[in-house]
Design a protein around this ligand. Structure first.
Ligand code: GDP
Length: 175
């Protein structure tokens, strides 16, 4: 198999409460940048990025970053309907954001493609002194629900490429 083969493309959607860092994770992953004063995403934004798994295998993600605000919630099914993977983000300093993440995950489990790969990401680990969700709690929930799980910091660039690589490794690459 030649490495010049065009990469397989997969649709990935980000979901989660507003301000948990969805756009920041995408910005870190796609452009290796971080911005303390980002403006909120309105509706949805689209970006692509590739991940090399080995010399022969490159995966291209088509990333849909959705607005977390309640008023856009009815648009979400349009984005996750034919998604191959979803990253559901919460903020480790905000327990309510984990509850919101769980409700997105229930919705995905009911409404999205049954083969969808779901990753739960606990973002903002750099704010360690304000941590209010313990790693073990989220890890246990993720294991019970068969989700991939990682804690991340878009700010410190911690586990961001690892998150997307972990998802890429679960995708059906033989087509
Ligand atoms: P979104 O609404 O979920 O897309 O969240 P944003 O990406 O717009 O981020 C909301 C706010 O949290 C912004 O002020 C970001 O700079 C900040 N933020 C995002 N990720 C991190 C992180 O890992 N650590 C810290 N300390 N702040 C972050």
């Amino acid at each position: 198999m030649s490495s010049s083969r065009s990469p397989l493309s997969f649709k990935l959607v980000l979901l989660g409460e507003s301000a948990v860092g969805k756009s920041s994770l995408v910005l870190r992953f796609v452009k290796d940048q971080f911005d303390d004063y980002r403006e909120s995403t309105i509706g949805a934004a689209f970006l692509t990025q590739t991940v090399s798994l080995d010399e022969q295998t490159t995966v291209k993600f088509e990333i849909w970053d959705t607005a977390g605000q309640e008023r856009y919630k009815s648009l979400a099914p349009m984005y996750y309907r034919n998604a191959n993977c979803a990253v559901v983000v919460y903020d480790i300093t905000q327990p309510s954001s984990l509850e919101k993440a769980k409700s997105w995950i229930r919705e995905l489990q009911r409404q999205a493609d049954s083969n969808i790969i779901i990753a739960l990401a606990g973002n903002k680990t750099d704010l360690a002194s304000r941590r209010a969700v313990q790693t073990e709690e989220a890890e246990k929930y993720a294991a019970e629900e068969n989700l991939l799980f990682l804690e991340t910091s878009a700010k410190d660039s911690y586990n961001v490429s690892e998150l997307f690589t972990m998802i890429a490794r679960k995708l059906p690459l033989e087509q």
